[in-house]
Ligand binder design. Structure first.
Ligand code: PEP
Length: 252
């Protein structure tokens, strides 16, 4: 099945107002037909960048959200707040959230439920650590992250889900998983969804790869059968690199 590719840039805690402005004013002038482009700036730039990209097809998304709607959660942002500024998609479960901010599968499943309850879309990230690879239990780790994170959803809620496989050892390290490792895991994930939710859902599900995608390796990664695009960290901060990666997806 042909699935339209997605390239999503995750700016993490980078890009101040001026840097964001400069980047996005260039980005707003380009358009691509065969790829859906998404950009996740910091919370402080969400509203502003979304306005700048109002008439473009690029979707501005959030890097994170809290599972409660409102209340005494200092420093947090809810689905309701995101929706109020027209942000309809959030990344949930990025490995930095899991590791640095101790977000467990249980917390992430609550975030997923909250997003779905608010009819938001989710880029749900999973990925094993190097030690899991070395111990040969990386399939189990991914299976647990996916089943505990999203298996409570109803079949018809999967239309709101994009998965991102991001081996932690490949994020920001310059080490990319090799093509065999990437395709093997993406196939495993699609198969897991197939077994639990059926082929219609698994065939439509988009699974992105993330982990040191750069202009020089994007094309061969996006060409893999079960890879539907990429989540891009470091390279999304450099305009020419990001555009070159988007072009690689657009050509397929
Ligand atoms: C990420 O953090 O989602 C990511 C893929 O980062 P990088 O591209 O820098 O490895």
């Amino acid at each position: 099945m042909k699935r339209k590719k997605i390239v999503a840039g995750n700016w993490k805690m980078n890009m101040n107002m001026k840097e964001s402005n400069d980047f996005v004013s260039k980005l707003s002038k380009v358009s691509f037909d065969n790829v859906d482009v998404k950009l996740a700036p910091s919370f402080t730039n969400l509203y502003h960048i979304n306005s700048m990209l109002d008439s473009s097809k690029i979707e501005v998304i959030s890097q994170n959200m809290h599972y409660e709607q409102r209340g005494a959660y200092t420093g947090e942002i809810s689905a309701e707040m995101l929706l109020s500024i027209n942000i309809k998609t959030s990344i949930i479960g990025h490995s930095e959230r899991r590791k640095l901010f101790k977000e467990s599968n249980k917390i992430l499943s609550k975030k997923v439920s909250s997003a779905i309850k608010n009819s938001m879309n989710i880029v749900f990230c999973v990925g094993e650590e190097l030690v899991d690879r070395k111990n040969n239990n990386y399939f189990d780790v991914i299976k647990t992250q996916i089943s505990e994170g999203i298996f409570h959803l109803k079949s018809n809620e999967f239309k709101n889900i994009i998965l991102a496989y991001e081996p932690v050892w490949a994020i920001g390290t310059g080490i990319t998983a090799n093509l065999h490792q990437i395709q093997e895991m993406h196939e495993f994930i699609r198969d897991l969804i197939n077994k639990n939710f059926g082929s219609d859902i698994s065939n439509k599900l988009k699974i992105l790869y993330g982990g040191s995608i750069k202009p020089n390796n994007a094309k061969e990664i996006f060409f893999l059968k079960d890879v539907d695009g990429g989540l891009i960290g470091g390279a999304s901060l450099i305009f020419s690199d990001f555009i070159s990666i988007v072009k690689s997806a657009n050509e397929q």
